[in-house]
Design a protein around this ligand. Structure first.
Ligand code: E4P
Length: 222
């Protein structure tokens, strides 16, 4: 399983890259909205460079014709561009997957809530398929089941698609999602920063520190 960072913030990406564990970045329009005052192209190019060789998902417009034009343009910005393709209700996003993948442009079908939607993205040949964990839960479905069944479709059919799970709101979501075995979990900075903390870990380390001080004060000198 791999961890991606769900952000478009340069400082957050720089900090978490130093942890040495993220294998990609995902963005969307809402994430960019919180980066007030930046230029989309400039910021995306910076992120692509920082994260290279790992993939960066960039989201375009919903209308098919416009999406194809924009996707081809974004794809020139770096070797690691992935185009987020919306799971549109009329299925036209799937056509974009077919066209873009046939041109060698990687796609990430996004905003998916059900196994049926995932099945379509997977069989259409998307490089990535994104399930939105908490939004699935909000809709009344069991998100772990949706993740498990979607992963089984990929494994049983030997499809190339990597399953991404996003829409994380707290660290325990990550633990639950891991039991569904997706290829990737994309985590917001705030949640990732909370994950190393446990009060018992902190108190254990304090206990060991105290013991070390006690040992050093009584240590035999050579
Ligand atoms: C993933 O690719 C999405 O960008 C993201 O996880 C959506 O999360 P939200 O439900 O918090 O908007």
């Amino acid at each position: 399983m791999e961890i991606f960072l769900d952000t478009a913030n340069i400082d957050q990406i720089a900090e978490i890259l130093e942890w040495g564990l993220i294998k990609g970045v995902t963005t969307n329009q809402k994430i960019f909205l919180s980066e007030k005052g930046v230029n989309f192209e400039e910021q995306s190019k910076k992120i692509l460079k920082m994260v290279e060789p790992y993939p960066v998902s960039l989201e375009g417009p919903n209308a098919l014709d416009e999406l194809l034009v924009i996707a081809r343009e974004y794809n020139k910005w770096g070797k690691n561009v992935v185009i987020k393709v919306p799971m549109l209700p009329d299925g036209s996003g799937l056509k974009a997957v077919k066209v873009l993948e046939s041109e060698g442009i990687k796609t990430n079908v996004t905003a998916m809530m059900t196994v049926s939607q995932a099945m379509l993205a997977i069989t259409a040949g998307a490089s990535y398929a994104s399930l939105f964990y908490n939004r699935i839960r909000d809709s009344g479905l069991d998100p772990v089941e949706v993740v498990k069944q979607s992963r089984a479709i990929i494994d049983n059919g030997n499809y190339k698609t990597k399953l991404i799970v996003g829409s994380i709101r707290k660290p325990s979501d990550v633990e639950e999602i891991a039991s569904g075995n997706p290829h990737i979990i994309t985590i917001p900075y705030k949640i990732l920063k909370e994950m190393p903390y446990h009060e018992r870990t902190v108190s254990t380390l304090e206990e060991f520190d105290k013991a070390w001080e006690e040992f050093k004060s009584a240590e035999k000198t050579c």
